[in-house]
Write a protein that binds this ligand. Structure first.
Ligand code: MG
Length: 306
């Protein structure tokens, strides 16, 4: 059922971005169980771990142990987040396939999130770029708050394109534009994609990390799919809330995205039934329902069987 080559690569970010936003701290074995369940569904990419300070992000402690314990099915790529040289060295030693870096498109947000200016964060990217490419791994970056910032308001697409151009010049293989606060609308997707594409050239793979905080996440994803993105980030069941609106939805749900794309004629390689099962399993760890819709509605009999 899974296709040989997905037309859009879904990157499952639940084990990293999802769990990091949740109060409950998952044990190493629970995280391994989650990743193994996900990697068996046909999803081609996972953001599995983060190599950051466990005092700052206790949810992501023991990334090395998680990486050592998970299954590594052929054809599935495992990414680890790294924000500095130390993190990149840990990621390389732990055996990830891809190192993901983050820079935020608004100066205030980047200062608060990374404790550095955008220029300093871009300089940090240059520091890890050689190390990661020398190790033969893929280096990618996420541009946070690419659609809007909780401190500065709407972010100009030209600003995002400028940062993307600098990342590409520094050896970034793929760039994802993140709607961190879920403020974006489809026309912004088109504008950002167009300007970033022009700034980085055809060799750099582009994608989006979309949130459904204001119910525009799937409209944005549909438009992004039409633009010809390489990848889209999403999380199982929509795991992971919005960091700036505690009661609100964050990540778009992977199985909902896979359903939409499949029925638009775009193959993702994902076994949607299996994904729903994982989403329901994940929901069992929480007191409140996950935001995913397909896990509640279910698939429908698309071929009449009477
Ligand atoms: Mg997210």
């Amino acid at each position: 059922m899974a296709s040989s080559k997905p037309q859009i690569q879904i990157c499952e970010v639940g084990p990293r971005d999802g769990l990091q936003s949740e109060e409950r701290i998952w044990s190493v074995d629970e995280r391994v169980g989650l990743i193994d369940r996900l990697s068996a569904t046909g999803v081609p990419r996972l953001e599995a771990v983060s190599f950051v300070n466990p005092k700052r992000v206790p949810q992501m402690a023991d990334a090395e142990e998680v990486m050592a314990k998970i299954k590594r099915p052929a054809g599935v790529s495992f990414a680890g987040l790294a924000l500095n040289v130390r993190g990149a060295e840990r990621a390389i030693a732990a055996g990830v396939d891809e190192v993901r870096y983050v820079v935020v498109a608004s100066e205030t947000f980047n200062q608060r999130n990374q404790g550095a200016s955008i220029a300093e964060t871009l300089a940090g990217f240059a520091e890890i770029s050689d190390k990661v490419s020398a190790a033969g791994l893929k280096l990618s970056a996420t541009i946070g708050a690419a659609f809007g910032c909780p401190f500065e308001g709407k972010v100009a697409a030209t600003k995002v394109a400028n940062i993307a151009g600098q990342l590409a010049a520094g050896g970034c293989a793929e760039i994802g534009m993140a709607d961190t606060i879920g403020a974006g609308v489809p026309t912004q997707v088109t504008e950002i994609y167009s300007l970033v594409h022009d700034a980085v050239g055809a060799e750099v793979g582009l994608g989006f990390h979309l949130h459904n905080t204001r119910n525009t996440g799937f409209a944005n994803a549909a438009i992004a799919a039409g633009e010809g993105v390489l990848f889209l980030d999403s999380s199982v069941g929509g795991l992971g809330g919005c960091p700036f609106a505690p009661k609100a939805t964050g990540n778009i749900a992977t199985e909902d995205l896979a359903f939409m794309l499949r029925n638009m004629g775009i193959e993702t390689g994902i076994d949607i039934d299996a994904y729903i099962d994982v989403a329901i399993w994940v929901e069992g760890f929480f007191d409140t329902p996950l935001p995913g819709q397909l896990m509640k509605a279910g698939l429908f009999p698309e071929t009449a069987s009477s």
